[in-house]
Design a protein around this ligand. Structure first.
Ligand SMILES: NC(=[NH2+])NCCC[C@H](N)C(=O)O
Length: 320
């Protein structure tokens, strides 16, 4: 059995830095985010959306990708979010989708275990960036596979992990779930078809009680479980989800960065009391990722309740 922390209960407290707040939900006020410059962005035929783009003759335009990425950065910065931008890496054409290699939790940064080789190499670059920001990874998933696009921290006490069996499998999902349940949280594992790549293409939190959701393709049991926990689902169509319309970033539970061109979704959000801020990211949606995938929240504001020590199967403690 692999433990997250040693048997010594003091350990868990020791690795939680008092000045590092981490991320307790998808929608508390975002203060710090990691982005990766699209210096080497290229369409890799490893997901359905990118394969369709390639079939249609799509090729990345580096100049346009850089300009769109800078505009996304400006959008965040003008709303008070500190953007930590890492340079691109030639061997990692999907590195711009910083969401996937690691996840910030209430207990610090957790290194995930991407399924594909060209995505797994991203991990060390992302962790090096985080370490330089003094956000040292505290745990690493060592069993199965798991990618950050499948992790949704709904609110303190409730996490959802998507399990398509391809990017995130049952072992990887249980390893991460164990971290949360060890602290007394509820962790729901939601199965979905690998066609959709990551859960965040069909389900994304807007605030603690509202999500955009492609209900037609989501597991019925999951939709019911969300409603039962007081999460209202704003319906997104399959076509909208395929163009990454569901894949948004909640800056603070009110201001929501959305994909430009998804006008119905922007209206739906506005009618529900949110402020949509559309950004043109066509170079990235063609490569299978949207706003949520392009952003890796390092810290969001929240006053944590007292943290208790825990352990989790399938994870190793990282000695930074
Ligand atoms: N969190 C996400 N949905 N990330 C999208 C990643 C897209 C990337 N082309 C891949 O297939 O891995």
């Amino acid at each position: 059995m692999k433990l997250a922390f040693s048997e010594n209960p003091g350990d868990a407290r020791a690795i939680v830095r008092s000045d590092f707040r981490g991320v307790f939900s998808e929608s508390h006020a975002l203060t710090d985010v990691i982005l990766a410059r699209p210096d080497f962005l290229a369409p890799v035929p490893c997901c359905s959306v990118t394969r369709e783009s390639i079939r249609g003759g799509f090729e990345s335009d580096r100049g346009r990708a850089l300009a769109q990425h800078r505009a996304l950065q400006r959008t965040l910065e003008t709303r008070g979010v500190r953007c930590h931008v890492m340079p691109g890496v030639a061997e990692a054409p999907d590195l711009v989708f910083t969401r996937d290699a690691a996840v910030s939790t209430p207990w610090g940064l957790v290194a995930l275990k991407p399924a594909l080789p060209h995505r797994r190499v991203e991990l060390e670059y992302l962790l090096a960036t985080a370490r330089a920001l003094d956000a040292k990874p505290v745990l690493r998933v060592v069993e199965g596979t798991i990618e950050g696009g499948d992790v949704a921290i709904i609110r303190p006490g409730l996490v959802v992990i998507g399990v398509s069996g391809e990017r995130t499998d049952a072992k990887g999902a249980s390893a991460l779930a164990g971290l949360f349940t060890g602290f007394g949280w509820e962790a729901l594992l939601v199965p979905f078809d690998p066609h959709f790549l990551h859960l965040d293409t069909i389900f994304c939190m807007v605030d603690e009680h509202t999500a955009l959701a492609c209900v037609d393709v989501l597991d019925d049991g999951f939709a019911d479980a969300m409603e039962a926990r007081g999460v209202r689902l704003l319906p997104v169509t399959y076509k909208e989800a395929r163009h990454l319309g569901c894949n948004i970033l909640s800056i603070d539970g009110r201001t929501i960065v959305t994909v430009a061109g998804q006008d119905r979704i922007a209206r739906l959000l506005a009618d529900s009391g949110f402020e949509p801020v559309p950004v043109d990211i066509s170079e990235f949606t063609a490569c299978g990722g949207g706003i949520h995938c392009l952003t890796m929240p390092l810290a969001r504001l929240f006053s944590p309740a007292r943290l208790a020590p825990s352990r989790a199967d399938g994870m190793d403690k990282i000695v930074a």
